[in-house]
Design a binder for this molecule. Structure first.
Ligand code: PRP
Ligand code: MN
Ligand code: MG
Length: 193
């Protein structure tokens, strides 16, 4: 049963806090890419390519790009983080690839959360092999997970505790992505399944 707000034990980041922080990230990115964004590219595309990882990052990405005051292209990738079996399998594969060319472009990966780091580690490896001019990560959340892979994130919105987090794109069993805030799910919600 889905009870919306009642399934959330604690709000970690309110809608207002998220709006504010995403705006700050956008301003910082705008400053950092002020010159790079206008560099010529092999096919005449905008130099700045913002890549989002479906599905969790879609909401964050849509807010982030509206806080960036530069020409940019939005593109999407879908990966399955985990093969059949456990979270630690390390199996990641591409379900949907980018539409755009990466070569010679400044790639900015917009991810909702860095947890084990397996998704970003894989993505960075795949995209780096396509010869971008540069590649950086803008993650909204970084979970304090002791087992996290070492990933270089230039932009981090918030650090968050190693708990079951939902909202603002983050799901449990595909639900709760549409909550406008980020919170911790009550254990009884996921323990019953
Ligand atoms: C979640 C989240 C990140 C990833 C982070 O996606 O949106 O993409 O896990 O975890 P990691 O650092 O341990 O790899 P998920 O695979 O649940 O797919 P979703 O975005 O469709 O929810
Ligand atoms: Mn995801
Ligand atoms: Mg998920």
């Amino acid at each position: 049963q889905y009870h919306g707000d009642a399934d959330v034990r604690e709000v970690l980041f309110t809608e207002d806090a998220i709006v504010q922080r995403v705006r700050e990230l956008g301003e910082q990115i705008t400053e950092d890419y002020r010159d790079a964004a206008y560099e010529p590219t092999p096919h005449g595309d905008p130099a700045l390519l913002v890549v989002s990882v479906l599905r969790g990052a879609a909401i964050y990405m849509s807010d982030l790009v509206r806080a960036i005051d530069l020409p940019l292209e939005m593109d999407y990738m879908a990966v399955s983080s985990y093969g059949t079996g456990s979270k630690s399998s390390g199996v990641v594969r591409i379900i949907k690839d980018l539409t755009s060319n990466v070569e010679g472009r400044h790639v900015l990966i917009a991810e909702d959360i860095l947890d084990s780091g397996l998704t970003l580690k894989y993505l960075l490896r795949v995209l780096e092999s396509r010869n971008p001019a540069s590649i950086q990560v803008a993650t909204l959340l970084r979970k304090r997970n002791p087992q996290q892979a070492e990933i270089e994130c230039k932009y981090i919105g918030f650090e968050c505790p190693d708990e079951f987090i939902v909202g603002y794109g983050l799901d449990f069993a595909e639900r709760y992505r549409n909550l406008p805030y980020i919170g911790v799910l009550k254990p009884e919600v996921y323990q019953g399944r």
